[in-house]
Design a protein around this ligand. Structure first.
Ligand code: ATP
Ligand code: MG
Length: 426
């Protein structure tokens, strides 16, 4: 027998019992973004490889070893997007969205990175991200942080910690870089292989190392935050006071440099201790140099991306999938006439109660087998229609999850009787 073909390693199916939680999360996030009047943008999944090399940076985990890159039939090098910011900036430049305009955008979709698969780390994963363009001040940094905070509130997610830092300007980073290299040079023989390589090419990334053996060296390194000029200092202070004024607690983490090259000034991560090593659920910051780096006019920008798998994992662990996505009502139909008319009654109900999840029995069957299916559907009620009921102009309502009595409801005013039974979820 031929061997069944399996999904690609690290690429998961999201199954019907999981999608309700995904939908819940996506809907809530979308509602929050709408409430800040952000607009959605949809970019292609595949881009020119050069886009990522030029934006993310050649000496990053992503570009060095995580990209899905291939030549298409014309011999052009293409890459499955590993993140959304580069494509969003490319699209904004290409479509003239940045000419003297402010943009507040969001996107969602699958991203691809060839990493070692483990809990919370996949080769295809999903992000919802926000990118804003044309605003240089710290007020918009605060706004995107307020958005993230409101999202956690809206989905009922507690216990996340906000870590923030500032990377200053390119000049400040350059000055700092020299100091850092001088410091790290003292420990050259203790640096791991990655860090030794980065010492020459991208020493700030060494601070981002996850290697436990590197942590002591890293924690004693000079901090960029101490090298800031007046303007960067003020920018950062403004963001911090804004957070305090809005009762958002945070910690300043001077080692937070983010894995991508394009950040400047404010950077942040929302982290949890509930997902092991994969604790960052949302990450972002300011990237004022990226638009010009990709050929556009100089445009300040700030954004973030949330890792949806990690958020879903936390919600799942809390049992939040329970009760989501089931049918509310299952309609049992006995007899030829009931089958025909049942469909019409069901259609009328769906028109009158748009939020109702109503499943009609298909494929016939005895009462017993229909009630089995009703039970499996997760519905809390069955509506039972037989030729008897039809004649009397009624339908029977039978609770499936508790011991309430069966009731007869007049067909005339059915929706008025069904509406109050729905658990209001909004
Ligand atoms: P990490 O340090 O965990 O590798 P990162 O810095 O590479 O994260 P970003 O590029 O900032 O991640 O992406 C933003 C968010 O997307 C992350 O905080 C995380 O929640 C999620 N994410 C990143 N890579 C993956 C992955 N391979 N699988 C699942 N989620 C991911
Ligand atoms: Mg990574």
């Amino acid at each position: 027998m031929a061997k069944n073909i399996q999904a690609v390693r690290g690429m998961k199916d999201i199954l019907p019992d999981q999608t309700p939680l995904w939908q819940f999360l996506e809907q809530r996030v979308r509602a929050v973004l709408n409430s800040y009047a952000y607009q959605e943008i949809r970019m292609p999944t595949v881009e020119s490889t050069d886009l990522f090399k030029r934006s993310i940076g050649e000496v990053t985990d992503i570009v060095e070893k995580e990209m899905y890159t291939f030549d298409d039939r014309n011999g052009d090098s293409l890459t499955l997007r590993p993140e959304g910011t580069a494509g969003c900036v490319r699209a904004a430049i290409e479509n003239g969205l940045l000419h003297n305009q402010i943009q507040r955008l969001w996107y969602q979709g699958a991203m691809f990175r060839h990493e070692r698969p483990q809990k919370g780390r996949y080769r295809q994963f999903h992000q919802i991200g926000v990118e804003t363009f044309g605003l240089a001040g710290p007020d918009i940094d605060l706004e995107v942080l307020l958005i993230t905070t409101r999202i956690w509130k809206s989905i009922g997610l507690h216990g996340l910690e906000l870590q923030i830092n500032t990377l200053g300007t390119a000049e400040e980073r350059k000055a700092y870089r020299d100091k850092l290299v001088a410091y790290l040079n003292q420990y050259q023989d203790q640096l791991d292989e990655d860090s030794q390589r980065r010492l020459g090419s991208n020493p700030l990334r060494i601070l981002d190392s996850k290697n436990p053996q590197m942590q002591e060296i890293i924690s004693n390194a000079p901090a960029l935050i101490d090298e800031l000029g007046e303007e960067s200092r003020q920018h950062f202070d403004w963001v911090c006071s804004g957070l305090k004024a809005n009762d958002i607690s945070f910690v300043i983490n001077p080692r937070l440099v983010r894995g991508l090259d394009y950040y400047s000034r404010t950077v942040f991560e929302w982290v949890t201790d509930r997902l092991g090593a994969q604790g960052t659920v949302c990450a972002g910051g300011r990237y004022d140099a990226l638009v010009s780096q990709l050929g556009g006019r100089e445009t300040p920008a700030v954004g973030f991306a949330m890792g949806m798998e990690r958020l879903v994992a936390i919600l799942e662990e809390e049992g939040r999938a329970e009760g989501l996505g089931h049918a509310d009502v299952y309609m049992v139909l006995m007899g030829d006439k009931a089958v025909t008319e049942g469909f019409q009654i069901a259609e009328k109900l769906r028109s009158e109660i748009p939020q109702l999840g109503l499943q009609v029995n298909c494929g016939g069957g005895s009462f017993k087998s229909q009630f089995k299916k009703a039970d499996k559907s997760g519905a809390r009620y069955a509506l039972v229609l037989g030729d008897d009921e039809l004649e009397k102009g009624i339908i029977s309502l039978k609770p499936l999850r508790d011991k309430q009595d069966q009731k007869e409801l007049p067909l005339q005013s059915l929706s008025d009787n069904i509406r109050p039974l729905l658990k209001s979820e909004e």
